[in-house]
Design a protein around this ligand. Structure first.
Ligand code: 2P0
Length: 320
């Protein structure tokens, strides 16, 4: 039977950058993210012995580039002796542009493939499988604020706070469209091997995680803002210090960061974060969303603005 799942991308507030075991895709650091409600990937998986081979369709086009990674994930979920699969993936936001499309894609893939293969695993097990395919995908199995722990041999994720218990907004400034120059997996390895700041990044991460966990528990926006911006800039410093340097920002990225700083100086509850791409994500209180949108809208180079509340975890949906 085919199965369809939907998963949302997540935005890390305390970042995952670096692997402790690249073979098993175990992260070198813990991370904390928020899942977005309004951006999503819908994934339909059907195993069919009448097919001669696996077929991947992404946003209505046959995609062979991503197929090997998808096949490895399907083998892990359904076993290497599975039937060939037809996989249809659709995302309602730009893919491969630093909006965590691999997180929503692999989270949706494991949920749909598990159901299509009749395996019936629980969320913790599905998160571990998603994380083996793409580290950040493990967090998209959970809603609200999710923490990926860096301990043991299994990828483990906890929900720290449900979306409804701290309803924040995320406003994303798209500063460039099109795929990023270097994927995260390769970039992380370059950082691990060459950045003089990498070891300090790993050493300091537990402190940032504790600070963020406490801020979330206390719903303390200012504390979360401070540690999240610090952690984001520290991750980008690791990247900038790599050889060759890894710079995902453009001049509009910097203009958006400056706009957030100006809003902060006017007392607006907002902070920025930036992932492996040039987009700027502003996290704000619900009442301040329109001010953030206006500030980004006034920047000439901003190509588009997306906004979302915090969402739930990946789940199966009906075929209709
Ligand atoms: C994060 N990123 O925590 C960080 C911040 C990008 C910057 O997780 O190699 O695509 O597939 O495990 O999950 C992007 O990394 O990497 C990422 P793989 P993934 O969201």
């Amino acid at each position: 039977m085919p199965a369809i799942a939907r998963a949302q991308p997540n935005i890390a507030l305390i970042k995952y950058w670096g692997k402790r075991d690249s073979h098993r895709n175990l992260p070198a650091v813990g991370s904390i993210s928020v899942t977005l409600a309004d951006l999503f990937t819908t994934m339909r998986v059907e195993f069919d012995d009448a097919l001669s081979d696996d077929l991947l369709i992404v946003n209505a086009c046959v995609n062979e580039d991503m197929l090997p990674r998808i096949q490895r994930c399907l083998d892990n979920v359904a076993g290497a002796r599975r039937h060939p699969a037809r996989i249809d993936s659709e995302s309602n936001f730009p893919i491969a542009a630093g909006l965590a499309s691999s997180a929503s894609a692999f989270a949706a893939l494991v949920v749909a493939a598990d159901a299509a293969a009749g395996m019936g695993r629980d969320t913790a097990r599905l998160a571990s499988l998603a994380g083996s395919a793409s580290g950040s995908a493990a967090r998209s199995l959970y809603g609200g604020f999710a923490e990926l722990e860096n301990s043991g041999d299994e990828i483990k994720v906890n929900c720290l706070c449900n979306a409804a218990d701290w309803p924040l907004r995320v406003v994303v400034a798209i500063t460039a469209t099109g795929p990023k120059p270097l994927g995260s997996t390769a970039a992380m390895e370059i950082s691990r091997k060459t950045s003089p700041f990498y070891s300090r990044w790993i050493e300091q991460q537990p402190q940032d995680l504790t600070e963020a966990r406490n801020a979330i528990a206390a719903r303390d926006f200012a504390k979360l803002a401070s540690v999240a911006e610090h952690n984001c800039l520290k991750m980008h410093s690791v990247m900038w210090g790599s050889r060759p340097p890894i710079v995902y920002w453009n001049s509009v990225t910097l203009e958006c960061m400056q706009a957030v700083r100006e809003l902060q100086s006017q007392g607006v509850a907002v902070f920025f974060t930036i992932d492996a791409g040039p987009q700027v994500k502003a996290i704000c209180e619900v009442a301040d969303e329109s001010k953030v949108r206006s500030a980004f809208g006034a920047i000439g180079g901003v190509a588009d603005i997306l906004a979302s509340g915090l969402g739930g975890g990946a789940s199966l949906i009906d075929d209709d």
